[in-house]
Ligand binder design. Structure first.
Ligand code: UD1
Ligand code: UDP
Length: 358
């Protein structure tokens, strides 16, 4: 069986690594990896292939950055060409990026069945490019691997019940596998002169925050006002927008340590040792929970509603007062339900795709 995996953005390398290892253990599965090139800087791409021992992509499409339409169109054209050449039995896509949509659309038009990992997530906000990408991908998919019960219910509401599997969250597999390596090998805390549980971690990159100068300004001002030691690995999108909106002076505060995007081991280490995490990332919200660290979500809504109900995640938007109140009231809840499965998601998905499990 030939499975063609489409990846292209940072979180997809992390999501794909454990399933790719599972495929290797099945002699009847051949995986072809296509990297769209949506993310291309070494610290957004190559470093993850090296650290997570992801096989070198069979195809690198080099699509790069552009407007949504142009970027997705370039990917679609190139992916169609690769799929016609490779004739895979299944096209596998992850998450909700433009690479996900291009992969599922190219496959569906060629009548190749699509498997979607991280299916069923909804923010119910169609202004987010991610919401459009995941709704369309779910409706084009034959296998829908859901990380949570909420995701299964979201699909049911849209009339999708066949091919839906609740397998837990594939990022949990990576966290469990790599956390011991990370804590053993990363020296990020000493490099940044930090001690465990004395600092906060912030990440901001979503278009809804970075592309609105008022919101980005409010968020940066709030981080300053927190007046706490804070590590801020900066996504290239955010760096460009800070320059474009003339906000560089707001990043100069001595309490804020702005660093380049981190590799996965350094990231897991700074996440797990933080007092709390402030983020608009989907993956980082989940990892905060998986690592037992309270989270503040700098968005108006979240897809990861279970983390909020369990008391580990507060959704504040970009509102300064709400964020500062959330920081002041952070606590570590005693309740810690198994929201994201048992860390065996990749094994289950592999067996379902191989036809070994219903
Ligand atoms: C994309 C996803 C988002 C995901 C994020 C993960 C879409 C619509 N968005 O957002 O859901 O949360 O990836 O990180 O697919 N850039 C670089 N170097 C790179 C990559 C990007 O400089 O290696 C800069 C470019 O200026 C580019 C900007 O970042 O225009 C945005 O990149 P893009 O891939 O379009 O979207 P992300 O914001 O990364
Ligand atoms: N991540 C990383 N280095 C960083 C920031 C994030 O390794 O500097 C990892 C993080 O641990 C998680 C994933 O990237 O596994 C989340 O990706 P991102 O925040 O870019 O996108 P999202 O999850 O919002 O789509």
């Amino acid at each position: 069986m030939k499975i063609l995996t489409v990846i292209g953005a940072r979180p997809q390398f992390i999501k794909a690594c454990m399933l790719s290892k599972a495929f290797k253990s099945k002699p009847n599965i051949k995986e072809i990896i296509v990297h769209t090139g949506q993310h291309y800087d070494d610290n957004m791409s190559t470093v993850f292939f090296e650290q997570l021992k992801l096989p070198k992509p069979n195809y690198y499409l080099g699509v790069g950055s552009d407007t949504h339409g142009k970027q997705t169109a370039k990917m679609l054209t190139e992916l169609e060409r690769v799929m016609i050449t490779e004739k895979p039995d299944i096209v596998l896509v992850y998450g909700d990026t433009n690479s996900t949509l291009a992969g599922s659309l190219a496959a569906a038009k060629l009548h190749i069945p699509v498997a979607h990992v991280e299916a069923g997530l909804r923010s119910f906000n169609k202004k987010m490019p991610e919401e459009i990408n995941r709704i369309l991908t779910d409706h084009l998919s034959t296998w829908l691997f859901c990380p949570s019960q909420t995701a299964v219910e979201n699909l049911k509401r849209e009339g999708i019940q066949s091919g839906v599997y609740q397998t837990g969250d594939i990022m949990y597999d990576s966290v469990l596998y790599y956390k011991p390596f990370a804590l053993q090998h990363s020296n990020i805390l000493s490099r940044l002169n930090l001690s465990a549980k004395t600092y906060y971690l912030a990440t901001i990159h979503r278009a809804e925050n970075t592309d609105d100068p008022q919101k980005l300004k409010a968020l940066l001002e709030t981080l300053q006002k927190m007046n706490e030691v804070l590590v801020f690995p900066m996504h290239p999108r955010t760096k460009h927008k800070i320059q474009q909106w003339g906000l560089t002076n707001l990043t100069l505060s001595p309490n804020i340590k702005i660093v380049e995007p981190l590799n996965y081991f350094d990231m897991l280490t700074v996440e797990s040792q933080a007092k709390a995490i402030l983020t608009d990332s989907g993956g980082v919200q989940k990892e905060a929970y998986m690592l037992g660290v309270p989270c503040i979500t700098l968005r108006e809504e979240t897809e990861w509603v279970e983390t909020v109900s369990a008391g580990w995640n507060q959704v504040t938007g970009a509102n300064t007062q709400c964020i500062l109140e959330a920081v002041a009231t952070i606590n570590v809840p005693k309740n810690y339900p198994a929201l994201f499965g048992d860390g065996q998601s990749s094994k289950q998905i592999c067996e379902i795709l191989a036809g070994l499990r219903k």
